[in-house]
Design a binder for this molecule. Structure first.
Ligand code: ASP
Ligand code: MG
Length: 437
């Protein structure tokens, strides 16, 4: 059971999730994020320290510490629990204050980032203890490991976690940190922003859990972006493949990397709402449930690059050479479309755009369009259903489409459009594909 930042971000929310955890008949591993806002504050502290502005760092630390004192004043009330909660805060903020005096390094910034999940889990355990609820804290840093490519080592996670759990055969509630891990050098590291979902999926896979529940503040994955269109509905069932497409293409509810461990180890994933625990949410399994369009999602800030060259005509090895440029700058390519003399490619971060463009220059003429959006239509077997394609294009005829990706997977049709049309296209698709306003 993984609870995100907003699910633990207020004392009353933290109280509430205890009732969800204790309702379980099966033993549960509870994976917690940091309280909402904490990781952002920790990132900020790291940035101040990196810049050498220790007084701004100190200010942010003090403000955060005050936040935690307010938090525990409503989390616990028995004097013993209050003292324990204060000791937890003291321990972690002393650490942050010591860090202020050390010279900055990448490893140090990871140590800073880890404080959020360490705090949330320890405070949660103090509350459980106050309530007389038997539990065990499993330190993620003792089992969650990543290799030198930042990839989680599922084999070793499995061995270490199983060994840990062996010690507590009679226990039912386990609490652990999401997000944080140890890297190949044995240092504290993490699974990148939003990585608690990934932790949960890895843990579920490692222990062969009956289910991996991701608890957030919305009742599952929706058919469209609720921030943009008025009426959206939760999708009841998705296959792992469909969920992967949606998670990557903007459905913020689930970290994209968290699909593969569950999919590989065949662990059903449920997306549930802490505020409405009875709602069905979204079930993700190997089965798609039904045929047809399930959802649309958008991803912003996409850069499209077109490389046009008559040398591409009848040539082989051309694409490889182009792809190598992106590989060299560790920039993933998302969409690709080709004609006989040109290829268009999209990327979602332009950290190395200048370098990439420079190296592409010898291949032909280059055009770049920034601020594009990928609109992804996801469903089961949709690309085999001609009616769907007709409906899709029929409902967006007034929108300029820069690229179309069709047939890459049977579950997805992607369009690239200028970013300023995003709201409009999502609304039109809601009407055209789902009959919703
Ligand atoms: N606390 C981390 C973050 O905000 C991890 C997570 O919440 O999933 O990115
Ligand atoms: Mg999250």
């Amino acid at each position: 059971m993984k609870f995100g930042g907003t699910s633990v971000g207020k004392p009353e929310r933290m109280h509430h999730i205890v009732s969800l955890v204790t309702k379980e008949s099966e033993p549960a591993i509870v994976v917690l994020s940091a309280l909402s806002g904490t990781t952002n504050a920790l990132v900020e502290i790291g940035l101040w320290i990196a810049k050498g502005d220790r007084s701004s760092a100190k200010q942010t630390i003090d403000k955060l510490e005050e936040h935690y004192h307010n938090f525990i004043s409503q989390l616990v009330s028995k004097p013993e629990a209050v003292a324990k909660a204060k000791a937890v805060i003291a321990e972690h903020f002393e650490f942050l204050n010591i860090i202020l005096k050390i010279s900055f390094s990448e490893a140090l910034s990871k140590d800073i980032l880890a404080q959020g999940e360490l705090l949330s889990t320890k405070l949660f355990c103090v509350y459980l203890e106050e309530q007389g609820i038997d539990h065990v804290l499993l330190p993620a840093l003792e089992f969650m490991t990543i290799d030198s490519y930042d990839e989680p080592q599922i084999g070793s996670i499995k061995v270490k976690l199983t060994q840990l759990l062996e010690k507590y055969k009679d226990k039912k509630i386990f609490v652990t940190q999401g997000y944080i891990s140890r890297n190949a050098r044995g240092e504290v590291d993490n699974l990148k922003r939003g990585g608690s979902d990934y932790s949960a999926s890895l843990i579920a896979a490692a222990i062969n859990a009956t289910v991996c529940e991701i608890w957030t503040d919305i009742d599952g994955m929706h058919n469209n972006d609720p921030r943009i269109v008025k009426k959206t509905v939760p999708v009841e069932q998705l296959s792992f493949d469909e969920a992967a497409e949606l998670a990557y293409f903007g459905a913020k509810i689930l970290h994209p990397a968290s699909i593969w461990p569950a999919q590989t180890y065949k662990i059903p994933v449920k997306l549930l709402n802490t505020m409405a625990p009875e709602a069905r949410g979204t079930l993700i399994t190997e089965k798609a449930g039904s045929v047809g369009v399930k959802a649309v999602a958008a991803k912003d800030n996409i850069t499209a690059i077109r490389i046009k060259s008559s040398r591409m005509l009848l040539a082989y090895g051309f694409l490889r050479k182009i792809f190598e440029v992106f590989e060299k700058y560790r920039t993933p390519i998302d969409m690709i479309t080709t004609s006989e003399v040109a290829v268009s490619i999209t990327i979602d971060h332009s950290n190395y755009l200048r370098e990439i463009l420079k190296e592409l220059e010898p291949f032909g003429s280059i055009e770049v369009d920034e601020n594009q959006a990928i609109i992804s239509v996801v469903g089961n077997e949709i690309s085999q259903t001609t009616q769907i394609v007709k409906k899709l294009f029929g409902s967006i005829m007034n929108i300029p489409v820069r690229m179309v990706s069709y047939g890459g997977s049977p579950h997805n049709i992607s369009l690239l459009i200028p970013g300023e049309y995003k709201t409009q296209i999502l609304q039109q698709l809601n009407r055209g594909m789902f009959g919703l306003e």
